[in-house]
Each structure stands twice: as C-alpha cells, then as structure tokens.
Write a protein that binds this ligand. Structure first.
Ligand code: SAM
Length: 236
C-alpha cells in the first residue's frame, strides 16, 4: 500500500485505481479475505478486507513487523537493454539496495534511453514487484544519468566523500581485475556494474581515480542481471 493509505495504525483505505485493479484482477480479492500488507517505507502487517468496490478498498489492520534492513549499497548500473533493465531492477530491489543510479557509459546504446521502461511509472512498477517478492516496503531511489562525464566529474566525488562520518567503499566490477569481489562488507558500498559490452578503459580509469577498487567475480563472464545479483549476494 502507499504511505498515504494508512489512516490509523489499524485502518487503511486504498483509492489508487492501479492498486484497486491489482487487488481485484491479480489477487481476485473479496471482502473477508485476509492478506499480508506492506506499507511503502514502513511496516508490514495482516489486513482483513472490509470493503471493496470500484472506488475504494478498506482494510482493518494489525501491524506486525518492520521490513528487512536494506543493504547499504548505492548501485551505479550502466543502463542495460530495456528487457534486462526490468528484470535487473526487480532483482536488485528484492535484494534490498538503497539507491540505484542508471548511468550512461560508452557501450550503452543511446536508443535505450528512449525506452518506455524508463518512465517513472514503469520503474515504480518494477520496484514494487521486487519489494513484494521480498516482503519488503522500503523503496530504493532511482536516478538517471544520461551523460557519463558530468556525473563522474561532478557528482561521483560527492558520493565518495559524504557529509556523514562513514566513507563508502567504491567497488567497480570488471572481468580480469586482480582482486576478487569481497564478501559481507560492513561499510556502505557504491557498486559500479558495466553494460553488456563492459566498461571501456577510460571509464575504469575514472572510477579508479575516484578511489574505487576493481574486482572480478571469477572467470565466467556473467550477464548484467546475473552479475548484479551475484555481486549483491556476496556483499550483503
Ligand atoms: N565483455 C565484457 C567485459 O569483458 O567487460 C563483459 C561485460 S558483462 C556482460 C557486463 C558487466 O557485468 C561487466 O561490465 C561487469 O560489471 C559485470 N561482470 C560480468 N561478469 C563479471 C566478472 N566475471 N567479473 C567482474 N564483473 C563481471
């Protein structure tokens, strides 16, 4: 449910047409049904559907638990082809990353940036699928950087030197790097993953100059969505 749907700690009311349609058509919900409900950014509880019509759904609610803690990871993902983007967003949201930056790099096809999959509403749908899968409610933020150059020069240094005391660890995944991807990292991580053709040398240099460590995931070259899942599973 959206954060605004929670009217009191024991009562929620849904009026968003998309959520109502989802309840009726996907869940085939009926009055009296009990279901697990997640409140975006908040708690998870058991709800009983008390009313359902074309305009509104009302639940009585018993809040039960906090969502699982997110991984303290800011993912810099070179924009994958649209079909792979949808699945990658779903997987990384289910694994619990905090922030996602979709980044242009030399080997990202320019046409990918025109994809309808990048519309805010579409991205939101993929994130919601990931959250529902993981029984989570904390939505990652997603930003789009359509140019590599001002991003690495202007914003990346700021991400690497935040105002908070804990400096994040920058990690760039690139086949053939001498170091293996670390396991169970406790500090915040900024993780860069390349496009289907990989990062070009100049891009690797820019990340290294910003203080990133280059890491590999073994001899197998993995598709973006597999690599991102494997990396997050190791870091988490
Ligand atoms: N031919 C490209 C290359 O050699 O860089 C392969 C790119 S791979 C399909 C897409 C991205 O997934 C890479 O840029 C990297 O970030 C990540 N990746 C895939 N397999 C990897 C591995 N074995 N080690 C490190 N990163 C990997």
């Amino acid at each position: 449910l959206g954060a605004d749907d929670l009217l009191a700690s024991d009562h929620a009311r849904v009026t968003d047409p998309r959520r109502l349609r989802h309840l009726r058509e996907v869940h085939r919900a009926a009055v009296g049904d009990e279901m697990t409900l997640g409140i975006e950014g908040g708690l998870i509880g058991r709800g009983r559907l008390e009313r359902l019509d074309a305009e509104v759904a009302e639940f009585s609610l018993r809040l039960e638990r906090q969502p699982p803690a997110p991984l303290d990871v800011h993912l810099l993902l070179a924009l994958p082809r649209p079909r792979m983007l949808a699945r990658s967003l779903e997987h990384v949201t289910a694994l619990g990353v905090k922030h996602i930056t979709l980044l242009h790099t030399r080997r990202v096809e320019k046409s990918y940036w025109q994809s309808p999959e990048l519309k805010e509403e579409k991205i939101h749908q993929h994130l919601v699928l990931g959250l529902e899968q993981a029984r989570d409610t904390i939505m990652p933020t997603v930003t789009q950087e359509t140019l590599f150059k001002p991003f690495v020069e202007d914003r990346l240094p700021g991400l690497m030197a935040p105002e908070s005391a804990v400096k994040p660890r920058g990690i760039i995944a690139h086949p053939g790097m001498p170091q293996e991807c670390p396991r169970a990292v406790s500090e915040p991580v900024i993780l860069a993953i390349g496009p289907e053709g990989g990062f070009v040398d100049y891009e690797v240099e820019q990340f290294m100059k910003a203080g990133f460590e280059g890491v590999h995931l073994g001899e197998r070259i993995l598709r973006v969505e597999t690599a991102v899942t494997a990396l997050l599973a190791r870091l988490g």
